[in-house]
Design a protein around this ligand. Structure first.
Ligand code: 6CS
Length: 284
């Protein structure tokens, strides 16, 4: 009997030690968060596309995405965010190369992006829009309409959702013009160098409101285009940081603080609360 007891005891110790050895310590789990706390700031990638993200002349960073990130990181013990402006198509490579700690830019969740990064739960949701000349002379309602008109050109951010929507709708590559920023897109429509410029609805509305040009018109929403939502995007391997971010994001949503941050910018808190990462990462 004694011999079995010893064996059983040894087996139990072995099993326990296996459990203990495979459970990373809390410090290992939160190494990235501890690094950011020690650093005193999180390096965020943004696009400078109001109201999602904005950089003022004095360098002050605002916009709904950075404001939410700043609030979450404060709760996590990271007092500041330091932003760098990036084209949408360069954000994920920059994150993967370690140039950013997180993307907080309205980078919409889509399957191919969800495979490349680690998203938080949803933050900002919006439909798509097109900026055209007053009267919508080419009668655009959808990206397919642009494809069907052999003379039509559409501008969109490089590596952005609208560029892919136009290409997927059949607009040939040479009629999808990569536009670096909102002001350039506005001017290109005003000058007749492109027939349409596509961004999310709130971004186009912000441009039009500031342009105060009666010769412009907004087509919104673009027919057939889904409503997208972004999340904070973290590098693969930083799941523990993402999880910690999600815990505090959920508290902000629960307390009403989340709505107070994003709704003055025109975003709907209910839209973000009505969905989740799993659904959004499955949406084409
Ligand atoms: O996630 C994207 O690709 C899109 N998001 C925003 C906020 N603006 C344009 C961009 O294409």
């Amino acid at each position: 009997m004694k011999r079995y007891a010893v064996m059983a005891g040894a087996a139990a110790i072995a099993a326990l030690s296996a459990v203990v050895l495979t459970q990373p310590t809390v410090a290992q789990d939160n190494a990235k968060l501890e690094q950011l706390k020690a650093q005193g700031f999180a390096r965020v990638a943004i696009a400078n596309e109001p109201p999602f993200t904005a950089v003022a002349a004095d360098g002050k960073v605002s916009g709904a995405a950075p404001d939410v990130a700043r609030a979450v990181f404060e709760k996590l013990g990271v007092p500041e965010i330091v932003a760098s402006i990036s084209e949408y198509g360069a954000m994920i490579p920059g994150l993967q190369a370690g140039r950013h700690d997180v993307v907080t830019a309205g980078l919409f969740m889509k399957p191919e992006r969800c495979a490349a990064v680690v998203y938080s739960e949803p933050v900002l949701c919006d439909a798509e829009a097109m900026l055209v000349k007053k009267g919508n002379p080419k009668g655009f309602k959808s990206y397919e309409d642009v494809a069907a008109d052999a003379s039509a050109t559409i501008g969109a951010p490089g590596g952005g959702t609208e560029e892919k929507l136009a290409l997927d709708a059949g607009v040939p590559r040479d009629r999808v013009i990569v536009v670096p920023d909102g002001q350039s897109g506005l001017k290109m429509v005003q000058d007749g160098r492109i027939d349409a410029y596509s961004l999310p609805v709130l971004s186009i509305n912000d441009l039009v409101q500031k342009a105060n040009d009666p010769n412009l018109e907004v087509i919104a929403p673009v027919e057939g285009a889904p409503v997208y939502c972004d999340g904070a995007a973290f590098k693969k391997g930083d799941e523990a940081l993402r999880d910690a971010f999600d815990v505090e994001l959920a508290k902000l949503k629960e307390s009403g603080e989340f709505a107070k941050i994003i709704e003055p910018y025109g975003f709907s808190a209910a839209a973000a609360l009505s969905t989740n990462r799993e659904k959004l990462c499955a949406q084409e």
